[in-house]
Write a protein that binds this ligand. Structure first.
Ligand code: ADP
Ligand code: NG1
Ligand code: MG
Length: 458
């Protein structure tokens, strides 16, 4: 199946408000609307960039872009929340995306366009475009609003230029092109945005990219709740620090085991090269690394290079200020989390009796504990929310997405969700006026949604 011009034809619903807003903004009708969903990751956090499989499902909330093309090679990018997200105009030949500080929203849109332009023969032939963006995915909340925006923009560019890529090609293009923003992510978010199918959670494998259906037990539903803390991953060094710590740990283990280490970037590559089980990798981590953090000079000694070379050649600009690195805890998370994803998939395959459902819940909660204690990517508000979810009968609950804020996801018995939502409202959101105001958008039951697609006028 191709996406873009060959995509299944869907039509605008009568009175589509985005279509109307587009006509008001640009003075002519939109040619089509591109749609790309956000996601909730059920299990497998911070391991996609180590090459391990993850298990997300798409949300029904998406980013939508109404589009027309122009023959002036200009990009006009506007947002229905114009007070928060300001208009941008520029030339399509100048896709300048700056790394290093909090990115402006339109730079995520440019990432999607740049991804397509880097993957066509004649990028100078790409048409100018007028975009009106509308987002329903809560931003900076671990539900992948960033990748929904990048993927939607790439899909819009593909369609406007009558190009043709498969969903997997677009997912890989967008995984690379979102890195222009500065975060060294792994590809889960772009993969699920393009490969999702309604009603299905997906196991996503990398290198090569592949997705397979995971049948979730019939007797549960998933509840997403926002902690109220927003975290823009590209605005701080936290995300890339974790990527760097994991990579250095992997490289040290490669050196110690006489492997070529400089090109070795992912834990799964190392595991493959060493031909060891995940349990054996965990034992190797435990016998190699001390629990305390490592200094730059300790790491350069272990890698047998100078501290200057380590600094300038093996650390990306965003983490060159770091002087101390956690290695043992971070790799412990990576290998245990990879094992939890496999166990989750196997348990789903085994059918959904009650003990199976409880095992899935335990895996989710163990994942949260590992994110909190070993990966240190939670925050007090998320921990409070997860604890409250567990106390109110969830089989399991965990932070979802990169963390340091954003959302938690809980697995609860079908039929108990209304009571569960009321308990979260009372115990978390109704504590203050601020929480009361935002709880209707911050708390929802979700089911696996559809992947990215294009919708045409009636
Ligand atoms: P997330 O966990 O939501 O992916 P990120 O930190 O990766 O969070 O990126 C979120 C950023 O994406 C926002 O800060 C904003 O720049 C951009 N973004 C998300 N949703 C929208 C939207 N509806 N309109 C404009 N920009 C958006
Ligand atoms: P969010 O929280 O959506 O920004 C990030 C990464 C994923 C993955 C998760 C943690 C990007 C675009 N997304 O997601 O690849 O590593 O964190 O599991 O970098
Ligand atoms: Mg993101």
């Amino acid at each position: 199946m191709m996406i873009g011009i060959d995509n299944e034809v869907r039509r605008f619903k009568e009175g589509n408000h985005l279509e109307k807003a587009f006509t008001e903004k640009y003075g002519h009708a939109a040619e089509f609307i591109a749609v790309a969903p956000g996601r909730v990751n059920l299990i497998g956090e911070h391991i996609d960039y180590h090459g391990y499989s993850v298990l997300p499902m798409a949300l029904s909330q998406s980013i939508r872009i109404a589009v027309s093309s122009n023959d002036s090679s200009q990009l006009h990018i506007s947002n229905t929340s114009g007070d928060k997200y300001k208009d941008y105009s520029g030339s399509i030949s100048d896709l300048d995306i700056k790394k290093g500080s909090a990115p402006s929203w339109h730079q995520y849109v440019l990432c999607g366009i740049k991804g397509v332009s880097e993957n066509v023969k004649n990028s100078e032939d790409l048409l100018g475009m007028n975009f009106l963006v509308e987002g329903q995915v809560p931003p900076n909340a671990g539900l992948s609003s960033s990748s929904a925006l990048v993927c939607c923009s790439a899909l819009a560019t593909t369609q406007a230029n009558k190009l043709s890529f498969t969903p997997s090609e677009l997912a890989s293009i967008c995984a690379s092109s979102e890195r222009h923003i500065g975060t060294e992510g792994g590809g889960m978010d772009q993969a699920i945005s393009f490969l999702a199918e309604e009603g299905k959670a997906k196991l996503i494998d990398f290198d090569p990219l592949k997705s397979s259906n995971v049948v979730l037990p019939q007797q549960v539903v998933f509840v997403v709740a926002h902690s109220g803390v927003e975290m823009n991953k590209a605005a701080t060094a936290d995300f890339n620090t974790r990527v760097a710590e994991g990579r250095l740990g992997v490289q040290i283990l490669a050196v110690i085991n006489n492997l070529e280490w400089k090109s070795m970037k992912k834990a799964k590559e190392l595991q493959k090269a060493l031909k060891r089980s995940t349990k054996e990798m965990l034992a190797l981590v435990a016998e190699t690394f001390h629990e305390e953090p490592y200094s730059l000079s300790e790491i350069s000694d272990l890698l047998e290079i100078s501290a200057e070379d380590l600094h300038s050649q093996h650390l990306s600009a965003s983490v060159q200020h770091l002087r101390s690195f956690e290695l043992r805890k971070r790799l412990r998370h990576v290998f245990t989390e990879a094992a939890r994803v496999e166990a989750f998939r196997d348990t789903c395959e085994g059918g959904g009796d009650l003990s199976g459902v409880q095992s899935l819940g335990d895996l989710m909660h163990d994942s949260h504990v590992s994110c909190r204690d070993d990966y240190e990517c939670s925050c007090p508000e998320l921990d409070e929310l997860v604890d409250l979810m567990m106390k109110n009968g969830a089989y399991g609950a965990r932070l979802t997405g990169a963390g340091w804020g954003g959302c938690a996801v809980a697995m609860v018995a079908k039929g108990s969700e209304d009571v569960f939502l009321r308990c979260l409202k009372k115990g978390f959101y109704e504590k203050d006026e601020e929480g009361r105001k935002r709880m209707d958008d911050a708390l929802f039951v979700t089911a696996p949604g559809a992947g990215a697609h294009v919708v045409f006028p009636r």
